[in-house]
Ligand binder design. Structure first.
Ligand code: CO8
Length: 257
């Protein structure tokens, strides 16, 4: 499959998507988002893929939704065709997704990174929700996912002033899982994805599902949900293999069964 605005490759059990609109700093337009969703859904269906990395360029992960595409849009059009409504489908991908962010992750770019399961940032990364400077507000989860990630004070600061935060501030705030030197970004993200892809896939899916439920459920319901999934994994061959391998001091050979 050839794409116009993204590059797609596989590295063993890892799917790698590189956003590729360099002249527009990877601004997210309809074509790019349609291609990205198609690529992610194909990886989701591919049994050989265990985890996905989404990245951009050294200068920009993505500098937001494409302002030039949105500029002339009116309310009725935006509302009637639920403009960008489908873009949230990135968050329905069941396999773990890592955002490997260097340079700008602004507006929709920051929102796309937050739809991934975690963010590994280069020391050059800059995050922000600058929509307020354009007379609008975040539209793909910026006020919601960012607030859950960093808390009200910093989310308000970023959404109301439009300022950017650097990688260190983003890590301190809890938006970013780790920071690495820019030249080690892809390698580190792929290595993390390979590690995930090497585990028993039913347990990987359930771990992701269970962490995600923490944002939807009460603590008591979330803990019950987690325990039921935990119980269910005792029905897998991989749980027997994992615990037997530990006892026998060898590496587990998971079969995803
Ligand atoms: N949309 C369209 N084109 C863009 C965008 C963008 N978001 N960002 C940069 N570009 C283009 C520029 O227009 C420029 O093109 P040209 O050479 O043809 O003039 C090219 O990329 C390079 O950009 P700059 O010359 O501006 O590069 P600088 O290094 O001087 O500045 C910045 C980099 C600071 C990142 C600057 O480009 C900038 O401020 N960009 C806009 C950032 C922004 O406001 N983002 C939010 C967009 S709104 C949004 O995301 C709404 C979210 C709603 C849902 C999202 C769903 C995904």
């Amino acid at each position: 499959m050839t794409y116009e605005t993204i590059k797609v490759e596989t590295r063993g059990g890892v799917g790698l998507v590189t956003l590729d609109r360099p002249k527009a700093l990877n601004a997210l337009n309809s074509t790019l988002m349609a291609e990205l969703l198609e690529a992610l859904q194909a990886f989701d269906r591919d049994a050989k893929i265990g985890a996905v990395v989404i990245t951009g360029s050294a200068k920009a992960f993505a500098a937001g939704a494409d302002i030039k595409e949105m500029q002339a849009l009116d309310f009725v059009d935006a509302y009637m065709r639920d403009f960008i409504g489908g873009w949230n489908d990135v968050s329905t991908v069941r396999k773990p997704m890592i955002a490997a962010v260097a340079g700008y992750a602004l507006g929709g770019g920051c929102e796309l990174a937050m739809m991934c399961d975690f963010i590994i940032a280069a020391d050059t990364a800059r995050f922000g929700q600058p929509e307020i400077t354009l007379g609008t507000i975040p539209g793909m989860g910026g006020t919601q996912r960012l607030t859950r990630a960093v808390g009200k004070a910093k989310a308000m600061d970023l959404c109301l002033t439009g300022r950017m935060m650097d990688a260190e501030e983003a890590e301190r705030a809890g938006l970013v899982a780790r920071i690495v030197p820019a030249n080690e970004l892809i390698e580190t993200a792929i290595k993390a994805a390979e590690t995930i892809a090497g585990f028993s896939q039913p347990s990987v899916r359930m771990a992701k599902e269970s962490v995600d439920r923490a944002f939807e459920l009460t603590l008591a319901e979330g803990i019950l949900f987690e325990r039921r999934l935990f119980h269910s994994l005792f029905a897998t061959e991989d749980q027997k293999e994992g615990m037997t391998a530990f006892s026998e001091k060898r590496k587990a050979q998971f079969k995803n069964r």
